[in-house]
Design a protein around this ligand. Structure first.
Ligand SMILES: NC(=O)c1ccc[n+]([C@@H]2O[C@H](COP(=O)([O-])OP(=O)(O)OC[C@H]3O[C@@H](n4cnc5c(N)ncnc54)[C@H](OP(=O)(O)O)[C@@H]3O)[C@@H](O)[C@H]2O)c1
Length: 313
């Protein structure tokens, strides 16, 4: 059996359960790629998701221990599984790994070929690894679920965060007029991403500052989500990624919750925006993969601009 080094958790828990150790090298099955991982990226809450530790998204699954975390990667194709005809060995690829599978905090990972895309030539592997989960969440939330159209008024909550920073850029690139909430110290940064206006979430109540919004994209949840109905125009859409909003509000307002899905077509849309210099993934900090436990612990502390990346090789 070939081996590799990987971050693994043998018991469900937090960062303290993660070990960097020798593990079997995965073998690509029908339709899968074996990818030599260069960089991987991680997400707040990931070690709490049922899908990280079991074979189902909703708590009904059975444990699949030990697990390897980190659901997004950038790397190089090392081998093709049977039936793969759309990739070649040595292709540079990136993508989001289905949530109930092992992740990319390892020297090698396997992923269905249909969900990966070619790595954007404009970005290095660290920046590319920061793109799939946050970028697809922004794209799917704004465009697919929110039906975003040119000229609409959009409010992004958490505009300096991993997902929010990409949502601000995607919405601006699609011709929206973007307002974002963020910490006061992040206001200039979020304006540079494309927000016309930034509201200090600690100092101001956004519902006193903005109204008649076509689409609210909420990456914060809780009170921020429920207060957001007040700023929507009749018929407007409230898209939540942390917690489900009510499905409907008064006067045709509607709420949508979704979980991002691996999606090659979505990645290719992101590639187009990167190429047009309308989208830049944000890397807050890079950790060597051996320090993955520290990297996951860092996710619990606020004040990051963008994503935490694990550098593998
Ligand atoms: N449903 C899905 O498919 C999906 C996909 C991706 C992520 N998620 C979830 O979405 C959440 C956000 O992920 P992320 O990677 O973007 O997290 P993140 O990088 O921690 O970003 C959150 C941002 O929200 C800001 N914030 C905190 N409180 C706020 C408030 N009251 N009003 C406005 N902004 C506020 C934070 O600012 P400070 O730095 O000042 O605290 C931070 O910039 C996580 O819970 C994650 O699990 C869900």
């Amino acid at each position: 059996m070939d081996t590799m080094h990987a971050v693994r958790g043998h018991h469900r828990g937090g960062p303290e359960e993660l070990r960097y150790e020798e593990a079997p090298r995965p073998v690509p099955a029908e339709g899968e790629l074996l990818v030599r991982v260069r960089s991987a990226s991680i997400t707040p809450g990931e070690l709490d998701w049922d899908a990280t530790w079991t074979d189902a998204l909703d708590g009904s699954g059975t444990p699949r221990l030990p697990i390897t975390p980190a659901k997004e990667f950038s790397g190089t194709v090392a081998a093709l599984g049977p039936g793969v005809t759309d990739r070649s060995v040595d292709d540079e690829v990136y993508g989001l790994i289905p949530f109930t599978r092992d992740g990319a905090a390892a020297e090698f990972t396997v992923v269905p070929s249909v969900v990966v895309a070619g790595k954007p030539a404009e970005l290095d592997h660290d920046a590319t690894a920061a793109l799939p989960l946050a970028g697809l969440t922004a794209w799917q939330g704004l465009v697919r679920h929110g039906g975003l159209r040119h000229g609409q008024r959009v409010l992004v909550h958490g505009g300096a965060g991993g997902v929010g920073a990409l949502a601000v850029q995607v919405a601006a690139a699609r011709g929206a007029s973007v307002t974002a909430t963020a910490a006061a110290r992040d206001a200039d940064f979020v304006r540079e991403l494309g927000a016309e206006r930034v509201i200090d979430y600690a100092g101001d109540r956004f519902e006193d500052q903005v109204d008649d919004v076509d689409l609210v994209f909420d990456t914060v949840g809780g009170d921020t989500l429920t207060r957001s109905w007040q700023v929507l125009r009749p018929g407007g859409v409230l898209v939540g990624i942390v917690a489900p909003p009510a499905a409907t509000g008064p006067d045709g307002r509607r709420g949508v919750f979704f979980v991002v899905e691996p999606d090659r077509a979505g990645l290719e849309e992101l590639n187009r925006l990167v190429r047009a210099r309308q989208l830049t993934p944000l890397v807050a900090q890079v950790f060597p993969v051996e320090q993955a436990a520290d990297a996951y612990a860092r996710l619990d502390r606020p004040h990051r601009r963008g994503k935490i990346v694990l550098r593998v090789s």
